[in-house]
Design a protein around this ligand. Structure first.
Ligand code: IFM
Length: 479
């Protein structure tokens, strides 16, 4: 079986969720509408017309859900705060009833010895702000800072770790360029401006949080990142990989960690945005010092120049056709990148269509350290969707997820031995939940949710994570 691989002392082992994906209770205690309420109730936007009205009913069942985490021996929980619960119209005084929910949640987490990690924005922008232009409107930056201050004022002493934004790349580009997420805009110029305002909101919120939170508080941001590989060693594919890397990774890493957009793509995107999209001084504000970087990792990207043989070859075409049938395959790279995804062949895939690539996590963490400097890092999301079901004995066995997690934990451990300052790992997700445009069709949870009865059934992967968390170690092989 081999020696267990031990993680550093005080390592955080937890799960992550997001407000709209789990809470439900969309009209309770004064919550206002979010862009996701509007989007899900617009016909044709979400698989099967699903919505988050009830979701996992976590709003009412949070205490039981926290007991599940406590019983598993997890020591951290990453949740997000729904902005429209706190400010139903996106501005003005706090709705105390909305804040009370998070006060109760955080109180219960402390009762069970679980460290709360709060994300301020996981995509549920108040609809009232969208009506004024949303993230494409610079004024939304001010609204976000005011909101961040309200939440910090209410939970400050009780929450030690704060994440400004979750995956701003997705908010900006999937929400405003491909339009598969709320608000469903399909315009690159709007996406670039939304990206810039999200970045500015992050930078300003970091400063605002630091002035309202206790000095011991840790403030960071969570980015979705992937190593980008060239499908072949040709120069044209290598250049395509660099462009895609600048788009998927560099566009948010550059401004936050270096105070600069990636040069490679700047002119192209600025031109598409119709000129400069920021103001002098913005990049300095965006480049606010953070205490940690949150990394969401799911898979690698394998790309080729749209003109290269790898992109036009028969094998690639057949695989692309197969992938096009999956939710992941329906999101091609924008044409201006002159690059296409070339699906890896002969690899295991999750039901999202994502290739299972554990070494990509190690590669990513080491690359981040080498390219952007050493700093505390947390894996704020990693996980997989599989076709889980309740078997006749009433159990949900998910050996694929157990192996997925084991192999990723091993790679995280390897990254630590290569010098990465990794401090914690949050599995996506605690519960099966509302997977955005894919509705309830994708099960990412460690805990199975019967959406009709709201019964929770911990899967075998929950027991696996429990062993890892309690021992703070992972064994290289199934024991
Ligand atoms: O469900 C999402 C989450 O909201 C953000 N990161 C990726 C997850 C899986 O797609």
């Amino acid at each position: 079986m081999g020696e267990p691989l031990r993680f550093p002392e005080a390592f955080l082992w937890g799960t992550a969720t997001a407000s709209y994906q789990v809470e439900g209770a969309v009209s309770e205690d004064g919550r206002g509408a979010s862009i996701w309420d509007t989007f899900t109730h617009t016909p044709g936007k979400v698989f099967h017309g699903d919505d988050g009205d009830v979701a996992c009913d976590h709003y009412h069942r949070y205490a039981g859900d926290i007991d599940i985490m406590g019983d598993l021996g997890l020591n951290a929980y990453r949740f997000s705060v729904a902005w429209p619960r706190v400010q139903p119209e996106g501005r003005g005084a706090a709705n105390e009833a909305g804040l009370d929910f998070y006060r109760r949640l955080v109180g219960k987490l402390h009762e069970r010895g679980i460290e709360p990690v709060a994300t301020l924005y996981h995509w549920d922008l108040p609809q009232a702000l969208q009506d004024e232009g949303g993230w494409a409107n610079r004024a939304t930056v001010d609204r976000f800072v005011e909101y961040a201050e309200l939440v910090a004022g209410a939970l400050g002493g009780q929450v030690g770790m704060w994440i400004t934004l979750n995956e701003p790349w997705v908010s900006a580009f999937v929400g405003h360029e491909s339009g598969q997420h709320a608000p469903g805009v399909t315009d690159t110029a709007t996406a670039v401006s939304a990206a810039h305002h999200l970045l500015l909101a992050h930078g300003r919120a970091v400063r605002a949080l630091r002035s309202s939170l206790p000095v011991s508080s840790q403030v960071g941001v969570t980015l979705n990142l992937s190593p980008v590989h060239a499908a072949t060693p040709t120069e044209e594919d290598a250049e395509a990989a660099e462009r895609v890397n600048a788009y998927l990774n560099g566009w948010f890493l550059g401004p936050t960690l270096r105070g600069k957009y990636p040069e490679l793509l700047y002119d192209r995107l600025a031109e598409m945005a119709g000129g400069d999209f920021g103001r002098p001084g913005d990049l300095e504000e965006i480049h606010a010092e953070i205490d940690f970087l949150g990394v969401n990792y799911y898979t690698v990207r394998n790309v080729a120049s749209s003109k290269s043989g790898a992109a036009t070859g028969r094998a690639g075409a057949a695989l692309r056709e197969e992938l096009a049938a999956t939710p992941a395959g329906r999101r091609p790279l924008p044409a201006y990148l002159e690059a296409v995804d070339v699906p890896l062949s002969g690899v295991e895939r999750t039901t999202k269509g994502w290739a299972v690539q554990p070494d990509g996590l190690r590669e990513l963490l080491v690359w981040l350290r080498d390219e952007y400097g050493k700093r505390p890092v947390y894996v704020t999301e990693n996980g997989a969707a599989f076709a889980d079901y309740v078997d006749p004995s009433g159990r949900v066995k998910d050996p694929e997820r157990v192996e997925f997690l084991r192999n990723h934990f091993i790679m995280a451990h390897r990254a630590i031995s290569e010098g990465v300052d990794l401090r914690g790992y949050f599995v996506w997700s605690l519960l099966d939940n509302f997977e955005w445009a894919d509705g309830y069709s994708q099960r990412f949870g460690l805990v199975y949710v019967d959406y009709k009865s709201q019964e929770r059934i911990p899967k075998s992967s929950a027991a696996f994570l429990s062993d890892v968390a309690r021992s703070n170690a992972v064994c290289a092989n199934a024991g």
